[in-house]
Write a protein that binds this ligand. Sequence first.
Ligand code: 5GP
Length: 217
Amino acid sequence: MVQPTPQMSDALHRRGLMFILSSPSGAGKTTISRMLLDGDPALRLSVSATTRPMRPGEVDGKDYHFVTQEQFDRMVEAEQFLEWAHVFSHSYGTPKAQVKAGLREGQDFLFDIDWQGTQQLYQKLETDVVRVFLLPPSIDELRRRLTGRGTDSAEVIAARMERARAEISHWDGYDYVVVNDDIDECFAKVCEILHAERMKRARQTGLIGFVRELMRP
Ligand code: 5GP
């Protein structure tokens, strides 16, 4: 009897992963996120809901779902978030529906969320989560990056530095820590992490059948 040939496409079937990128502001997270999304069409941004006002250049539904506090509270009440948190006096949350269905279909998601959200996602979906934390190369470089165009007062800069220090203190809640000294090198390292995590045996749900076929006498 002719045995069916194992199909590589079946073998490639796998569960999606949740790629979480966190960092203090000034460590390059926004740039690295954009590079990842531009360079990897298989990766989709998990678009959060937030109550903070829209910044110039942001697009509703693309950068965030901009909602009122009332709408946000209703979503919390209706358990529509996978996680949510107060960050810098505004509310932020990850809508549940898109991510849960996507993961089953093999969709990978990028999460630009803080340490509180990371902890909650890890508690709920530990095996789907990959946690990456970016650090600035030095405190002087961080201060330089947070000083902006030199128009902010010393108090504003000091407050930003304090906030950055508080965020950095959560570095040990992550699987990978990458120091962002050079943006291209940092991006290359983050890509290596993503590629390796995609190959994890537990994620390649199509492998069992594929290997069974390979081993059939
Ligand atoms: P920003 O207002 O500058 O876009 O984001 C402020 C902080 O909120 C960043 O550290 C960002 O990672 C975090 N953040 C954005 N979306 C979410 C979310 O859905 N959940 C949580 N926990 N944090 C978020």
